[in-house]
Design a protein around this ligand. Structure first.
Ligand SMILES: CC(C)(COP(=O)(O)OP(=O)(O)OC[C@H]1O[C@@H](n2cnc3c(N)ncnc32)[C@H](O)[C@@H]1OP(=O)(O)O)[C@@H](O)C(=O)NCCC(=O)NCCS
Length: 171
């Protein structure tokens, strides 16, 4: 009989070798949730939901066991943030990822997904999960290119008129 993997508190912080940039993850430094909240609130998909900047700041500031809030680094610069629920459904749930526009299309998102799958596998997990809003076709395509498959449609989860697409990558 297969056993449940042990509860995981943290994954090892990642270092990514992407082209010409030392990239990786670290804890969000003090002051960053306040700086990033308004920047993320001004980006799709959060504009569509009219998230208030303070709501994103509060979420990024949260300290929760097994749910790290991390900065995505490109060299010494903070390029974005990622929040992961490490013990979700036989694998972690990528709850939040945002790469700031000047840092997009450099491979940071892809490197982060690779790191997450690698760490999950290392911890004996069988899946990585993510949700994307149905209108966020760029994100859905991005996840599909990285091995995620549309698994369920969650109607009206956040907004009555919008569905969230639950996507699964089997490890
Ligand atoms: C979705 C998101 C996280 C992707 O992050 P990213 O760092 O830009 O991702 P990557 O650079 O790895 O890949 C993005 C695209 O750039 C392209 N790309 C990657 N490296 C590249 C390079 N060196 N030169 C040119 N293009 C490149 C890839 O082909 C990829 O295309 P695809 O999206 O069609 O797969 C980012 O666009 C983002 O934050 N979007 C807004 C918020 C959002 O939608 N979050 C997800 C909510 S579910």
């Amino acid at each position: 009989m297969s056993q449940a993997p042990p509860y995981v508190d943290r994954y090892d912080p990642g270092t990514f070798g992407i082209k010409d940039v030392d990239a990786g993850l670290r804890g969000l430094p003090p002051g960053e949730p306040e700086r990033l909240g308004p920047l993320f609130a001004a980006m799709e998909p959060w504009t569509r939901y009219q998230y208030r900047p303070e709501a994103i700041t509060t979420y990024l500031s949260g300290i929760e066991r097994g749910a790290p809030r991390l900065a995505i680094m490109a060299g010494n610069e903070i390029a974005g943030a990622v929040c992961i629920r490490l013990n979700w459904l036989r694998g972690p749930y990528l709850q939040f990822i945002a790469v700031l526009p000047p840092f997009q299309k450099m491979g940071l998102g892809a490197a982060m997904l690779d790191w997450l799958a690698q760490e999950a596998k290392h911890n004996g997990e069988k899946n990585v999960w993510v949700c994307a809003s149905d209108f966020n076709l760029g994100a859905i395509r991005f996840y599909e290119r990285h091995g995620f498959v549309r698994t369920a449609v969650l109607d009206g989860l956040i907004n009555a008129d919008i569905a969230e697409v639950l996507m699964r990558k089997r490890l």
